[in-house]
Design a protein around this ligand. Structure first.
Ligand SMILES: NC(=O)c1ccc[n+]([C@@H]2O[C@H](COP(=O)([O-])OP(=O)(O)OC[C@H]3O[C@@H](n4cnc5c(N)ncnc54)[C@H](O)[C@@H]3O)[C@@H](O)[C@H]2O)c1
Length: 319
């Protein structure tokens, strides 16, 4: 496979390392920041992603740019018949969801969305364990620390126009995706979002409490104002029992379940180690002409939950 990466920031470098480790033929990279381009050797460098995609023979492009750029980059690549692995979130508004799904349908290429936490051993355990059980309700807890230094690290962070929201669309979207994937899609939402302690730093929310309900029920508590990063926790209530997972542990009614540990982590621990697995799986699907399972429709589900939570503003609304 001939690959390219657009965006060589925090996560673009994780994709770069994984591609190198997996021996893929990374032919070109693109960033608007010449310093970031200067850090890499042995690969063609571009400042404009369109010129890169027009000039190179590329099988898979990785979109690792700020949220507001995902839609235009994904659509451009799909229209050229280039397979795309896009970082989360797929996009930041519902009009773009429609445009992306249309481009995906009309393209001979595939779209994959980087929900790598579905590949964590603990997530896979929960999905499999609960597949034939009725989950009465579930909780997701995201308690991370993102401060002024984090938000100042890139211009696009903390703004509606470029990040598309705060803790919900960025940090907690993985947890929402796991909840809807394992429990099932809800029908209604009531949500409240707040800016508790980052008012002078960001215009978006730093905290959210959202109830999703209908046939499938779950609640998300998410904040970027925790004094330190805590492990993500999901709790599933079924048959008077509780299955609790973190990225590292599975417990049933408080008792530790013995499962295989995930291997080496890439990037920050909070990302999980799924990037390696999802990239390998996506390339395998493309090479074998098989449909990749986390496609545009799957990737859009959590974006729709986030957008509905923002729209709710304390009122019950239908999804
Ligand atoms: N899956 C995960 O666990 C995970 C973890 C971290 C980040 N992310 C996602 O990855 C994406 C990038 O996040 P990040 O933290 O790496 O951001 P970042 O700001 O560190 O990196 C973004 C990079 O994109 C470049 N860029 C901006 N505009 C560009 C353009 N027009 N053309 C080419 N390059 C451009 C920037 O110069 C920068 O190098 C976001 O969607 C984020 O949510 C995912």
């Amino acid at each position: 496979m001939k690959s390219a990466i657009i965006g060589l920031g925090v996560i673009g470098k994780v994709h770069y390392e994984v591609l190198k480790k997996q021996g893929e033929d990374l032919v070109a990279v693109c960033d608007i920041d010449t310093e970031k381009l200067g850090e890499l050797e042995g690969v063609k460098k571009y400042l404009d992603y369109r010129i890169m995609l027009d000039s190179e023979q590329i099988d898979v492009v990785h979109v690792c740019t700020p949220h507001y750029l995902h839609a235009e980059m994904v659509i451009y690549a799909l229209n050229k018949g280039i397979n795309v692995l896009c970082e989360k979130p797929l996009c930041i508004n519902s009009e773009d969801i429609d445009l992306i799904l249309k481009a995906e349908k009309e393209s001979k290429a595939q779209l994959g969305v980087c929900f790598q936490n579905r590949y964590n051993n603990t997530s896979q355990y929960a999905k499999n364990f609960l597949k034939d059980k009725k989950v009465d309700f579930a909780f997701g807890f995201v308690r991370w620390h993102r401060d002024k230094k984090y938000y100042d690290s890139a211009d696009w962070r903390g703004k509606w126009a470029t990040e598309g929201g705060g803790v919900l669309i960025n940090q907690a979207i993985h947890t929402l995706d796991l909840l809807q994937w394992i429990v099932g899609e809800p029908e209604k939402v009531i949500g409240g979002t707040f800016n508790r302690s980052l008012k002078d730093v960001i215009e978006v929310e730093d905290t959210a409490v959202i109830d999703f309900f209908g046939k499938h029920k779950f609640t998300l508590f998410a904040t970027n104002t925790s004094p330190k990063d805590m492990p993500i926790e999901l709790r599933f209530f079924y048959n008077n029992s509780v299955l609790a997972i973190t990225p590292e542990e599975v417990k049933i009614d408080g008792n530790l379940v013995d499962i295989d540990k995930d291997p080496e982590w890439f990037g920050k621990e909070s990302y999980g180690n799924g990037h390696e697995k999802i990239i390998r799986d996506f390339y395998g699907a493309v090479a074998n002409g098989e449909k990749f399972w986390i496609d545009g429709r799957e990737g859009a589900k959590a974006v729709k939950l986030v957008l509905s939570a923002y729209k709710s503003e304390g009122n019950v609304i239908e999804l």
